[in-house]
Design a protein around this ligand. Sequence first.
Ligand code: F6P
Length: 326
Amino acid sequence: MKNINKIAVLTSGGDSPGMNAAIRAVVRSGIYEGYEMVGSMRGYQGLISGEIVPLGSRSVSNIIQRGGTILKSARCKSFYEDEGRKIAYEKMQATGIDALVVIGGDGTFTGARIFGKEYDVPIVGLPGTIDNDLYGTDFTIGFDTAINTVMEAVDKLRDTASSHDRLFIIEVMGRDAGFIALNSGIATGAEMILVPESPTYIEELFYVLEKDWKKNKTSGIIIVAEGDDSGGALEVEQHINERFPDFHTRLSILGHIQRGGSPSASDRLLASRLGHAAIMTLKDGVSGVMVGMTDNEISMTTFEKAIKHHQNINLELLDIARVLAI
Ligand code: F6P
């Protein structure tokens, strides 16, 4: 077991609601266990540039309810180069940092896996991304808040869709995964949900629309995941307009509102439990793992597995969504 006195925490990649709650839990658990806690600003970049800030219990007061990350975040390209990691390690040695807690997605864990092996640095990861696409945890920090944000937006769009007898095609985030689209689509009663994990056949989409309209549906919601093979909401809208020129369609790409906002109770709870578990994992001498939550229990997955495998989407939910949209 490596002797650990000082631990740095960082947030890297796309920010997600709940990252601050996780930082707070890591810092306070670390202090409680007798470690000196610091933060690396802008993810791995702070390790390279030396932008390291001391973190005491008061530094993380009044942030559990805030979206974003007080440590800022970035996708640090130079950390994926040997030279960049070498500088980061030298800076860690110079500032007495013995171990890292990294909060992010698979890009962040890729860097952690390489760095941990190269320099034998104890590193533990926490799943912080709205995409919920990480293997080894039922939910990622930020996913619940993101689908609630989408739900609130779609509910508003459904109001105007039904007022004007319009069909709204709404694009949501998720990178190559459809978790945000699928879960928010069911939560909003969407007529159709298009996800990357299930091929989209435009003729099938036309068939469903025709059937719905024959049943005197006058408004509707189609949720499209940004990574769907249809190419996105704009393409889907263009197809529909060509096929059904009489339909009144409107497009809405929700964008980065899905990344912000005060974290939900679920995300705060998840972030707090995982933040605490990250410190206990380092204390137990375990490294090179993502700490997640599986069946409401703390679980550990090696960075290799968390990166290589993909969280599987439950495609049966797509069929259920169709049944519920009749
Ligand atoms: O990974 C989080 C995420 O928001 C994805 O859903 C989205 O594809 C991407 O990041 C957007 O990245 P950026 O903020 O760099 O535009």
